[in-house]
Design a protein around this ligand. Structure first.
Ligand code: 5GP
Length: 199
C-alpha cells in the first residue's frame, strides 16, 4: 500500500482544503443508509456523523440528538432564515437539514465527517464544497429496495409510495456521484466507505 506521502498519490496536487475530509452518503430511501451510519458510529468512533434537523415525527426508538434533532416548522424556518443550515431539502413531505456550525468546526479540526443526506442535499454540498467525496449507496436490485422499504413497517402505504417515487429519481442520479457502493452487507459497506475516506 502506498503511503499518504507517496508522490504518486499526492505529488503536484494542490491542497484540497477542508472539504477533503467531508464525505456525503446518499441513495434512495430504504437502501440502508441509516444502518450503515449506525454501524459506522459503533465501529468507527473516529468518524463524526452529522446529526440533521428534521420536521418529521420520530420513529419508535429514535432519540432527539442521536438520529436527528426533531424540530417543528417554526424552528426549521428560523434555522433556514438564520443561514444556520449547510443544506436542506424537502423529502416526502418533511424537511431535513444539516446544521452548518458543527460540520465546519469538525472539518476545521481535521475530523473525518460524514453527512447522510438525500440527493437534493448532496447536490447543494457539491456546489458549496466541491472537494467533498459523494458516495451513492445503491440497492442490489430495485425489488430489494421495495422489499426493504415495506419490510421496515414504519411508514403507511402513501408514504412508502412517495419514498419509492423519490427513490426512482435518486437512482437516476447515480452518475452524479464520485463512487457507487452496492449495499450487500452493512459491514462490507462500512469497510469500503472507510477505505474510500482514508484513500
Ligand atoms: P428518513 O426520514 O428515512 O430518516 O430520511 C429521509 C431522507 O432524508 C433520507 O434520504 C435521508 O438521507 C435524508 N436526510 C436525512 N437528513 C438529511 C439532511 O440533513 N439533509 C437532506 N438533504 N436530507 C437528509
Amino acid at each position: 500500500m502506498p503511503s499518504r506521502e507517496d508522490p504518486g498519490l499526492s505529488g503536484g496536487l494542490p491542497s484540497r482544503g477542508r472539504g477533503r475530509r467531508l464525505t456525503v452518503l446518499s441513495g434512495p430511501s430504504g437502501v440502508g443508509k441509516s444502518t450503515v451510519v449506525a454501524e459506522l458510529r459503533r465501529a468507527h468512533p473516529e468518524v463524526w456523523l452529522s446529526v440533521s434537523v428534521t420536521t418529521r415525527e420520530p420513529r419508535p426508538g429514535e432519540t432527539h440528538g442521536v438520529e436527528y434533532f426533531f424540530a417543528d416548522d417554526a424552528e426549521f424556518d428560523r434555522l433556514v432564515a438564520g443561514g444556520e443550515l449547510l443544506e436542506w431539502a424537502e423529502f416526502a413531505g418533511n424537511r431535513y437539514g444539516t446544521p452548518r456550525g458543527p460540520v465546519i468546526s469538525r472539518l476545521e479540526a481535521g475530523v473525518p465527517t460524514v453527512l447522510e443526506i438525500d440527493l437534493q442535499g448532496a447536490r447543494q454540498v457539491r456546489e458549496s464544497m466541491p472537494e467533498a467525496l459523494l458516495v451513492f449507496l445503491a440497492p442490489p436490485t430495485w425489488q430489494e429496495l421495495e422489499k426493504r422499504l415495506r419490510g421496515r413497517g414504519t411508514e403507511p402505504e402513501d408514504v412508502i409510495a412517495r419514498r419509492l417515487e423519490a427513490g426512482r429519481v435518486e437512482m437516476a442520479a447515480e452518475k452524479e456521484f464520485d463512487v457507487t457502493l452496492v449495499n450487500t452487507t452493512v459491514q462490507d459497506v462500512c469497510h469500503r466507505l472507510i477505505a474510500l475516506m482514508s484513500a
